[in-house]
Design a protein around this ligand. Sequence first.
Ligand SMILES: N[C@@H](CCC(=O)N[C@@H](CS)C(=O)NCC(=O)O)C(=O)O
Length: 291
Amino acid sequence: MAKSEKYVPPKKWEWDKENGGKFANINRPISGNTHVKDLPVGKHPFQLYSQGTPNGVKITIMLEELLDLGIKEAEYDAWLIRIGNGDQFSSGFVEINPNSKIPSILDKSRDQPVRIFESGSILLYLADKFDIFIPKKFEDRTECLNWLFWQMASAPYLGGGFGHFYAYAPEKYEYPINRFAMEVKRQLDVLDKLLSDKNFICCEEYTIADIAIWPWYGALVLGRLYDSEEFLDVKKYKNVLKWARKINERKAVKRGIMVNKIKGKLSSQLHERHSSSDFINKTQDKLEKLS
Ligand SMILES: N[C@@H](CCC(=O)N[C@@H](CS)C(=O)NCC(=O)O)C(=O)O
């Protein structure tokens, strides 16, 4: 819609298949599967079905952190769900997440396999199951959950709002870009003030709150999201930048961001992960050399 054209909403909204912009081929106003296909299942306790987006890498970072602590029960198979191809609408995926969004995970270690979807719920499940990366004291646990839920509620402003209109919409529309840029900068300011006198998001320990927030706001200030570094003047949020750089140095984070990644340098993409040695032997550069 050009700026001068005035859009008047019709009395009743109808689905225009052609008008979905970059995501026209996958977005629909109805839920459920589009095709029948089972999900692959590997040998490890956790089966992760995901893509390396900010929501996806929250979970691979968490699992890699657990493995770094020697928690073998956190071993996992990571299967690639190509959301651009609509893999999230297979019957198998819809069975474990009726909302058809990555990341989703299956815990096979229970008598009955447990499905977990929504990245915040997955992080909390893993933190509770292994009793780590979540404060033990009730008050501190509550503060950690405050920030976990803050992230879950804020990300749609950053991703679905700012990111969508600044990077993906078919044209640049001033109104939504202004609206969401303002909100994202306000959120960055919230974090910058929070981190002015502490090293981590809550209670001076690295928790699932950091793991949830870093792939979004950390990646943003590190200049990795939406090519928006200058537009949002992210360098201004010095405390967020310092925190983001520190977390970026963690070994588990470096591995976690490679899993299910389908963009960037081939040597940084590990489409599927079934073993810790895959980070050395199965990155895309190596696989493509072999084929
Ligand atoms: N609140 C959900 C959001 C998940 C989400 O939006 N996932 C996106 C990728 S980051 C997705 O699966 N998109 C596919 C689609 O919309 O069809 C979570 O945190 O798990």
